[in-house]
Design a protein around this ligand. Structure first.
Ligand code: SAM
Ligand code: SF4
Length: 490
């Protein structure tokens, strides 16, 4: 009798970088013979890819460990349980204290070792740790080397959809915003060599990807020094990537306001495959708060940047992140944030209540002095202003036509009164668009005439018998596929 095929179950919390890491880890495990399980039941390896940006994300993982790992480990002690990613890098001892049955603790820079560590845990019965060096613990070169860029051969099966893919262009972060754990959990900022990125994009497109999203914590500060005097900027990389046959769309996230250069904006305007969309988080509309956050720009310079984006890239959609209730944020400082959101016309904003994080500069320097109830109220107030603006923005699209890359079936009943199958996708400005249409359109770029809009969604009618997109001819009809990775976004 053949031995049973080993199964891996993985839960992912956090950002797109984590989704990509999970994809790569599972791809490596599949090479070792694993198949992906939809539930922890029957899995011989249970992994949690974690986020430390807010305390809530960490608590979510501890609770998931209790529900989705502990009972299975108890029933079969041979099951290997792993905590990987940001929390592993930051809290290795605490994890073992709170969940002593965890066998693997593997940081963001050591993910390539997971297949070998699983074997070692099985062989020895001992917990296995693989962590990168702390940032102050060695020379920059040594710390950089300990955060390997983990981008092995890709497996299209592992992506949320076969026609969309994330590509890492940069790892780590050097900005050290005072509230943020990322520079310690993901290490020093390092740009990947352009030829590796371009080869990866070509492979992904050969495998059916039409849209790639380039990932970096401050993606617009991407700069690769070739060592012979030449430097590749993000705009150069985008230009080199643009002619990849079959590639239809390129997005890049997240941008740092101070690094938004004109050459990049010109590339966004000139290159038709580039999404006319920029995510450029401002975090606060008050200079004193920005200074305490060490964001390295003022509200006036952010406004100037926003103006430049819109002047150089007509019609560009801009979105932002905000932290409300940061240390020392007064009613007056919050009122300035409200004013900025009122006038900035962001397409949308992600709003977070400040969560104090051990190990950050803010925790040592400032008091987390805004009460939870006030954080909550400010969150709601800011959201209300943003939602009103999003509605205004969305309604300007009524009567226009948009190119939509169809991602899959829309949630049932999203469009009032609709009883036919509905599809959802995104426009070139990253607006969500929902329309009636057959599942065979999933993965295709179609033209939709926008007839209605809510604050979150454009609604419209697909032009029948028409498929468009820059990479015309690359359209292959596919049925929608469910997401393969259990992804919980916090
Ligand atoms: N590198 C990106 C940038 O600088 O915009 C963002 C990375 S961070 C993972 C995503 C968002 O989480 C940030 O833009 C910020 O709004 C939020 N965030 C980071 N640390 C936080 C904290 N301690 N409490 C609440 N929100 C936080
Ligand atoms: Fe964190 Fe600031 Fe770096 Fe973004 S730029 S990852 S918020 S330190």
């Amino acid at each position: 009798m053949n031995p049973p095929v080993p199964k891996v179950y993985i839960e992912t919390v956090g950002c797109q970088m984590n989704v990509l890491d999970s994809e790569l880890v599972v791809a490596a495990l599949k090479k070792q013979g694993y198949t992906l399980a939809d539930s922890p039941e029957g899995a011989s390896l249970i992994l949690f890819n974690t986020c430390s940006v807010r305390e809530h994300a960490e608590e979510k993982t501890y609770s998931a460990l209790g529900r989705h790992a502990a009972p299975y480990k108890k029933a079969d002690p041979g099951t290997v349980v792993g905590v990987i990613g940001c929390m592993a890098q930051k809290d290795q001892e605490r994890i073992r204290q709170r969940a002593p049955y965890v066998d693997l603790v593997v940081g963001t820079g050591q993910l390539a070792k997971i297949p070998a560590l699983v074997e070692e845990a099985r062989r020895t019965g001992q917990p296995q740790y693989a962590l990168s060096l702390p940032r102050a613990g060695a020379s920059r070169a040594e710390v950089e080397a300990s955060f390997e860029s983990y981008d092995p051969a890709r497996d299209p099966e592992m992506r949320p959809t076969p026609f969309q893919a994330f590509v890492r262009v940069q790892i780590g972060c050097d900005k050290f915003c005072t509230y943020c754990v990322v520079p310690s959990t993901r290490g020093p900022e390092q740009s990947r060599p352009p030829e590796h990125i371009l080869a990866e994009v070509r492979t992904l497109v050969d495998q059916g990807a039409k849209e790639v999203t380039l990932l970096g914590q401050t993606v617009n500060s991407y700069r690769y020094a070739h060592g012979d005097g030449r430097t590749t900027r993000l705009s150069d990389l985008l230009l080199a990537m643009h002619d990849t046959p079959g590639l239809e769309r390129v997005k890049f996230v997240t941008n740092f306001p101070k690094d938004m250069t004109d050459d990049l904006l010109d590339a966004v305007r000139e290159l038709p495959k580039l999404a006319k969309y920029l995510h450029v988080p401002v975090q606060s509309g008050c200079d004193e708060v920005l200074k305490r956050m060490k964001r390295l720009y003022t509200v006036a310079s952010y406004r100037e940047m926003l103006h430049r984006c819109r002047e150089r890239v007509p019609g560009v959609a801009v979105s932002s992140d905000f932290i409300v209730g940061f240390c020392g944020e007064t009613d007056d400082s919050f009122a300035k944030t409200l004013r900025l959101v009122e006038e900035a016309r962001f397409k949308n904003s992600f709003i977070f209540k400040y969560s104090e994080r051990p190990g950050t500069k803010a925790m040592g320097r400032y008091t987390d002095d805004v009460p939870e109830a006030v954080k909550k109220r400010r969150n709601n107030d800011l959201l209300a202003v943003q939602n009103a603006n999003s509605l205004l923005d969305h309604r300007t699209w009524i009567g226009r036509s948009v190119e939509v890359l169809v991602e899959g079936p829309s949630r049932h009943g999203e469009r009032a009164g609709g009883d036919r199958p509905q599809l959802t996708g995104r426009t070139m400005t990253d607006h969500i668009c929902v329309f009636d249409g057959p599942p065979r359109l999933v993965g295709q770029t179609v033209t939709v005439d926008v007839t209605d809009a809510s604050g979150f969604t454009l609604y419209g009618d697909v032009r029948v018998g028409e498929q468009t997109g820059v990479g015309r001819g690359a359209t292959v009809e596919r049925e929608p596929r469910p997401r393969r990775i259990g992804l919980a976004v916090v």
